[in-house]
Design a binder for this molecule. Structure first.
Ligand SMILES: C[S@@+](CC[C@H](N)C(=O)[O-])C[C@H]1O[C@@H](n2cnc3c(N)ncnc32)[C@H](O)[C@@H]1O
Length: 365
């Protein structure tokens, strides 16, 4: 392993930015909901592959930036500062002693509200069962960020048996593609995917192989973990063009979680980072590269054709899961379809004509 701490790479920084942008509203929403129904405001963040909590900013190694456990610990402090009744537990797992030796003092130093912030030196795949067996868990967010791809799909399934748990997994597609060419990796990959159907994907063009393996992994996550929403997005890697090193995949059982995550990710859509990474100049790509932006309007129209009559809320939920859309773009395209005379929108009495929302009914013209 390279010397610890590592020098951060651009795509790693993007991953951490997304984690940061998601965890704060995730925690705020859940804390607020608990308070509203007069329950204890308690959450758990599990950093399954915590690392040392620190990266060097660049090769000069003169400055550092926070790693995932410290980022979340700082968010926890901010939220507890706003309401001292909040409890934000953190469990960090790593198999590497050196990483944890570096992490421990940092985490202790910022534990100003004396929360249960625990560090466990173990393999994630073992320690996670200690946690799951401990007692009923509060709403939990589990970040799975290994080097490589040795996480069995059954472990993800077991974390998600708690319906209020969410998982954010780093799927190292570049390494997975390489491993498929190595017969000694078949067992590991079978555990990763849950079955050996990946052996049927024999494309020689790496981009195609990546795309098919990712689709299979997402399908299998649904099939084998029974989770309701699987939201993958690619984190483009500079100079790797159409072959990213990894995808981040968010797994949740609640539409509000899917919506929040997708809205947060969508904000990254127009950053130069991704444009440079894909080698494109125009500002016309979306972070959700999996979905075809161009036929988004057609996809909406097909859905309306199929269902004949659907509410805005229903179409929004469907589109969040199945297209590149977020509420702003879904509304925009529906209004365009209405202007094109392709669909009819029956708004409720007090709904504005210039937009579409809630229980407005949408049907073919
Ligand atoms: C990519 S780094 C994590 C970085 C961290 N999430 C961050 O962004 O700041 C992966 C970490 O996983 C640890 N690791 C690898 N395999 C592991 C396993 N099976 N169980 C626990 N830790 C493991 C490594 O020691 C390494 O520190």
């Amino acid at each position: 392993m390279r010397q610890i701490p590592w020098v951060i790479q651009e795509q790693t920084q993007l991953k951490l930015d997304i984690l940061k942008k998601y965890v704060a509203p995730w925690a705020t929403i859940l804390f607020q909901q608990a308070k509203k129904i007069k329950c204890t405001q308690k959450l758990l963040y599990i950093d399954g592959f915590s690392g040392p909590g620190i990266y060097y900013k660049d090769e000069s190694k003169s400055e550092t930036v926070d790693g995932s456990p410290i980022i979340v610990a700082k968010i926890a402090n901010k939220l507890i500062h706003e309401d001292r009744e909040r409890i934000f537990n953190i469990i960090c797992i790593d198999k590497d002693t050196k990483c944890l030796e570096l992490l421990k003092p940092q985490l202790n130093n910022i534990n100003i509200y004396k929360q249960f912030w625990d560090i466990r030196e173990n393999l994630f795949e073992n320690e996670i069962y200690e946690i799951l067996n401990e007692k009923k868990l509060p709403p939990t967010f589990c970040f799975i960020d290994p080097f490589g791809y040795s996480i069995d799909i059954s472990v993800i399934r077991d974390i998600l048996t708690n319906p209020i748990s969410e998982v954010f997994v780093n799927f190292m597609i570049y390494d997975v593609v390489r491993a498929t060419g190595n017969t000694s990796m078949i067992d590991t990959l079978t555990k990763l995917f849950g079955d050996n159907n990946f052996t049927d994907i024999t494309d020689t063009i790496p981009e195609n192989k990546q795309e098919k393996l990712l689709s299979l992994y997402c399908e299998n996550l649904k099939k084998y973990t029974d989770v309701k929403y699987v939201l993958p997005f690619r984190v483009n890697t500079p100079r790797m063009y159409s072959r990213p090193r990894f995808y981040l995949i968010h797994l949740s059982n609640h539409f509000i979680a899917l919506k929040l995550m997708k809205d947060r990710m969508h904000n990254f859509c127009t950053t130069n980072f991704k444009l440079e990474a894909l080698g494109k100049k125009e500002n016309n790509i979306c972070l959700f590269d999996l979905f075809e932006e161009i036929n988004f309007k057609d996809l909406l129209l097909d859905k309306i054709k199929l269902t004949k009559n659907i509410t805005y809320n229903e179409i929004e939920e469907w589109a969040y899961e199945n297209t590149c859309g977020v509420s702003k773009t879904i509304k925009q395209k529906l209004i365009e379809l209405e202007k094109d005379n392709k669909i009819k929108i029956d708004r409720l009495p007090r709904q504005r004509k210039s937009t579409v929302s809630g229980n407005a009914r949408i049907s073919l013209k």
